[in-house]
Design a protein. Structure first.
Lengths: 136, 487
C-alpha cells in the first residue's frame, strides 16, 4: 500500500507492507503512480529481471527506484507490478514492462531524481514502512 | 519533514540582513547570513531553511559565512537560494548538494524588435506554434540527437561545439555566462548512464518549473542599462528556464552514490548526510567537479538549442529571419552551479569554489569576466518569475562582491507544496484563470499547471526588492508573460 505526501518543492512516497518484499514491490508501483495514470495495463511487451546488490535497506530502496526511473526515462517503459525478493545480499525482482503509449496513459509529472532526504526503511509494529522524497 | 518552524536565533543585522551566529550550534565554522525583509523572514522561519543555512556552516574550508538569498526555501542538505564558498587550500570541500540535482539550471533572455502590438493579435497561434515545435514534458525526446562521441565533444566545448554545427553564433557565445563553457569539464568522468539519459534530451525543455515564455517589457527602472541590453517598454522577448535534464540529474546521482561513506573517511563530520562532500583536491572531489562542469556545458547547449528552435518558430511565423526580428541573446545565467572564482576575503584575494544553488552570479560593472559590451552597466541577472507573474532583469552591483561572493537571488521560491497547490486547484482551470489575466498557457500535463500556479510561489517583486536594497543587484526592467509553454 502506498500514498503520496506533501513536501515543499517535491513529492513524498510513503509505503506500508507486511514484509520487505511487499514494501519494495509497492514502492515500485508507487513510483509509477506518481508519473502516469492509469496504472500500467494491457499486454506487457516483455518480462524484465532486476538484480541489485546492497546490504542496507534504505540504499537498496534508493537504488531500486533509481533503476526503475532510469528504465522509464531511457526506454519509455512502465511497470505495473513486481515479484520481489530481498536478501542480505540485495534485491532480485521481476516485472512486466508496458510501452508508454500516450494514447493510453496520461503523464502526470516528471520525476527527476530519487533523493536521500528522509529516506527511511524500517520495521513497524504491523510490518514495514518506507518513505522517500522524489525531486520533481 | 521541512515543515517544522525554525526556532533558533535570527538576529537582525541590517534592514534586509539577518544573522545566525556561529555559537548557535557547535561545529559551525562561520555565521549564517540571510538576506530578507520582515515579511519574507516570517515565511522563511516557517520551514527548516535557516537550520540548513546553519548546517552548511559546518563545511570544511567555508569562508566568511553561509549565505542565503531572500528566495530561500528548504532543499536537500543545502537550501535553495544558498551560497557558500570553500577554499581548497584550507581543505575546502565540493558538495553536489550545494549545486543541486539540476546542474546549471538557468535562464536565458532573448530580445526582439517586435512590439506588443505586433504579437498580441496573433498570440494564441504563436504560442501554439512554439508548443508544437519545442519539445517539453516527460518522455519527450528532442529534435536533435547526439551520439556518445558527439555528446562528449559537446560537454567538453559547450556552446562552442554548437557554433561548429551552425547552431550558435559568436554573439550567442559571447553573451552567455562563462561563454557557455566551463574549462574544468571532463566528459570522461560522466557515466554511460548519464550519457544515455542525455542523448535525446539536448534541446528539450523538461517540466516542473521549467518554461519557455513570450514576455513583454512592462516597466523599465534603469533606462541606460535597458538601452544597453536592447530592452524597452512594450518590446517582446523570450525567456527560457531549463537545465541539464536527465544527464545532469544522473551526474548528481552518481556523485552522491560515490560519496556514500566518503566524508567520514576524510574525517568530515556533517550534521546532515545530504551535505555529502569531499575535499576539492581528492579523487572523489575531482570526479564530481569534472562531471559537474561537463553537465554544466550540456545545459548551456540545451538552452542554446531551445533558443534556436524558438528563433526558427518566430522566423516562420512572422515571415522574416530571426536576425531581421532582432532576436539577439541578451544574456544567459546559471543558477545551480559551482565555480572557481577570485574573491577578496579578509583583505586577501583568494580562489574559492563558490557554490550557488538557486542563486545567480551578479558581477558588478568593470568586472573582467562580463562581456565587454556590458562592462559599464554590470552583469545582467535574469530572474524568472513563476507562471503568470513577473520576471525581472537586474544588473550586478559592487555590493555583491563585497557581501555575497558576487551573488544575488534566482527567483521566487516556493511557498506552497505541490500537494497543497494541487488541492488548492481542485475544480479550477488554471489555464483559464491565466487566460483571464491575458496569459496563454500550454502545458503537457494539467498537473504541471496546477502545481506551478502563481499562488504556489513567494512574491518575486519582494525578493527582487530586497536584493536591490541590499546593494547586490539593481533593477533594470520587469517583464510580464504573454504566453507560456510548460512540460
Amino acid at each position: 500500500m502506498f500514498e503520496l505526501f506533501e513536501h515543499t518543492a517535491d513529492l513524498g512516497l510513503r509505503v506500508r507492507a507486511d514484509d520487505r518484499n511487499g514494501l519494495f514491490r509497492d514502492a515500485g508501483r508507487g513510483l509509477f503512480a506518481m508519473i502516469v495514470e492509469p496504472a500500467p495495463h494491457g499486454e506487457p511487451v516483455e518480462r524484465r529481471t532486476f538484480s541489485i546488490d546492497g546490504d542496507r535497506d534504505d540504499f537498496l530502496l534508493f537504488d531500486w527506484l533509481n533503476e526503475l526511473l532510469y528504465v522509464f526515462e531511457t526506454e519509455r517503459k512502465l511497470f505495473g507490478d513486481f515479484e520481489v525478493s530481498i536478501s542480505d545480499r540485495g534485491l532480485e525482482a521481476r516485472g512486466s514492462a508496458f510501452e508508454l503509449d500516450l494514447r493510453s496513459y496520461r503523464l502526470l509529472r516528471e520525476v527527476k531524481a530519487i533523493t536521500y532526504h528522509g529516506l527511511k526503511v524500517e520495521r513497524t509494529q504491523d510490518g514495514w514502512l518506507a518513505e522517500v522524497i522524489v525531486d520533481i | 519533514m521541512g515543515k517544522r518552524a525554525y526556532e533558533g536565533p535570527l538576529e537582525r543585522v541590517e534592514e534586509c540582513l539577518w544573522r545566525i551566529p556561529k555559537s548557535y550550534k557547535p561545529g559551525m565554522r562561520v555565521d549564517g547570513l540571510i538576506y530578507a525583509n520582515e515579511e519574507l523572514i516570517r515565511q522563511i522561519r516557517n520551514d527548516q531553511a535557516p537550520e540548513q543555512v546553519a548546517n552548511v556552516a559546518f563545511l570544511p574550508g567555508i569562508q566568511y559565512a553561509s549565505l542565503a538569498m531572500p528566495d530561500i526555501h528548504w532543499g536537500y542538505g543545502f537550501t535553495i537560494g544558498g551560497v557558500c564558498a570553500t577554499d581548497p587550500t584550507e581543505g575546502g570541500v565540493i558538495s553536489p548538494g550545494g549545486v543541486g540535482y539540476d546542474i546549471n539550471c538557468g535562464v536565458r533572455l532573448v530580445r526582439s524588435n517586435l512590439e506588443l502590438a505586433d504579437v498580441e493579435p496573433r498570440l494564441e497561434k504563436l504560442v501554439e506554434a512554439l508548443y508544437v515545435k519545442v519539445p517539453a514534458g516527460v518522455g519527450r525526446g528532442g529534435a536533435y540527437r547526439f551520439s556518445d562521441r558527439q555528446l562528449r565533444d559537446l560537454m567538453a566545448e559547450g556552446t562552442g561545439y554548437l557554433r561548429k554545427r551552425g547552431l550558435a553564433t559568436d554573439s550567442d557565445i559571447e553573451l552567455t555566462e562563462a561563454r557557455g563553457c566551463l574549462r574544468d569539464a571532463e566528459p570522461d568522468r560522466v557515466s554511460d548512464r548519464a550519457l544515455s539519459r542525455g542523448t535525446q534530451q539536448c534541446g528539450t525543455l523538461g517540466s516542473g518549473n521549467h518554461f519557455l515564455e513570450v514576455q513583454v517589457v512592462d516597466e523599465v527602472f534603469d533606462e541606460e542599462a535597458a538601452t544597453v541590453l536592447g530592452l524597452a517598454r512594450d518590446r517582446v522577448c523570450v525567456m527560457i528556464h531549463s537545465g541539464s535534464r536527465g544527464l545532469g540529474y544522473q551526474v548528481c546521482d552518481d556523485a552522491l552514490k560515490q560519496l556514500r561513506g566518503v566524508p567520514e573517511r576524510y574525517g568530515i563530520k556533517l550534521p546532515d548526510r545530504q551535505l555529502a562532500c569531499a575535499p576539492v583536491d581528492s579523487p572523489e572531489g575531482r570526479d564530481y567537479l569534472g562531471a559537474m562542469c561537463a553537465a554544466g556545458n550540456f545545459a548551456w547547449c540545451n538552452r542554446q538549442l531551445l533558443m534556436w528552435q524558438a528563433r526558427e518558430v518566430f522566423a516562420q511565423f512572422f515571415g522574416r529571419t530571426w536576425e531581421e526580428l532582432g532576436m539577439a541573446l541578451v544574456y544567459d545565467v546559471a543558477h545551480n552551479i559551482a565555480k572557481l572564482e577570485r574573491h577578496t576575503i579578509g583583505g586577501r584575494e583568494r580562489k574559492v569554489w563558490v557554490h550557488r544553488k538557486g542563486a545567480t552570479r551578479a558581477f558588478p560593472p568593470e568586472h573582467p569576466e562580463i562581456p565587454q559590451s556590458y562592462r559599464k552597466i554590470g552583469q545582467p541577472v535574469l530572474i524568472p518569475g513563476d507562471m503568470g507573474t513577473a520576471s525581472w532583469v537586474l544588473v550586478g552591483q559592487h555590493g555583491s562582491m563585497e557581501r555575497t561572493f558576487g551573488t544575488t537571488c534566482h527567483g521566487a521560491g516556493r511557498a506552497m507544496s505541490r500537494t497543497a497547490a494541487l488541492k488548492a486547484s481542485k475544480g479550477r482551470r488554471i489555464d483559464r484563470e491565466l487566460a483571464e489575466r491575458g496569459v496563454v498557457a500550454r502545458a503537457r500535463s494539467w498537473r504541471s499547471l496546477a502545481e506551478e500556479q502563481p499562488a504556489a510561489y513567494k512574491d518575486v517583486d519582494l525578493v527582487v526588492d530586497v536584493v536591490h536594497r541590499a546593494g547586490l543587484s539593481k533593477k533594470v526592467a520587469r517583464m510580464r508573460p504573454l504566453g507560456v509553454i510548460k512540460g
